[in-house]
Design a protein around this ligand. Structure first.
Ligand code: IMP
Length: 178
């Protein structure tokens, strides 16, 4: 095991199995709907790449990067750093997230896309940390519920590092308490 990892929560094999299961459900629900998978950058990239292999219907892919405003009073608002290219009016959107914690980012992105006239908006997330939730968000497809621990790997970072691990692990506290 890597020296900075406390515990492995999902091996690569388990991640692939999760993606197979989610892919089957999404295929059944979206047949003939030609959904747009909207990957939230940067963390969702490995998950989106694995998941889409297991969705057996026509689909499109686009990306968005949103960031919470820091230090602004009326927080909860997000700043769109990179926007989608594909027009969303009348389209079925499936937002692809790496992990949902407070739910604030997702809530704002969903409101924004709904204002633009999407026909439907659902969420697929690899990981869910329900203990961290501050606003209720409807997560239609969840890969794995995990405890309130800081995790890295398979897209998830700590200070932009560790996204390249092929598994999900708990980061040792000694790394961020240095
Ligand atoms: P929230 O649901 O708005 O709090 O934010 C979710 C985002 O916070 C995710 O897309 C990640 O970028 C980040 N995040 C939340 N928990 C973790 C974690 O345990 N490791 C790495 N990033 C995390």
């Amino acid at each position: 095991m890597d020296s900075f990892v406390e515990e492995i929560l999902l091996s690569n094999k388990e991640i692939v199995e999760v993606c197979e299961r989610l892919g089957e459900q999404i295929t059944a629900d979206y047949r003939d709907k030609k959904p747009i998978l909207v990957g939230l950058l940067k963390g969702s990239i490995p998950f989106l790449a694995e998941l889409m292999k297991h969705i057996k219907c026509d689909l499109e892919v686009d990306f968005m990067q949103a960031s919470s405003y820091v230090g602004v009073k009326s927080s909860g608002a997000v700043m769109v750093l990179k926007d989608m290219i594909t027009p969303v009016v009348g389209r079925h959107l499936l937002i692809v997230e790496d992990i949902v914690d407070t739910g604030l980012t997702l809530q704002e992105v969903m409101n924004l896309l709904s204002d633009r006239g999407a026909a439907s908006i659902e969420v697929v997330t690899l990981l869910d940390k329900p203990e961290g939730r501050k606003v209720e968000v409807d997560l239609k497809y969840v890969g794995r519920r995990i405890p309130n621990k800081f995790v890295i790997g398979f897209g998830l970072d700590y200070n932009e590092l560790y996204r390249n691990l092929d598994y999900i692990g708990v980061l040792k506290a000694s790394v961020y308490k240095k």
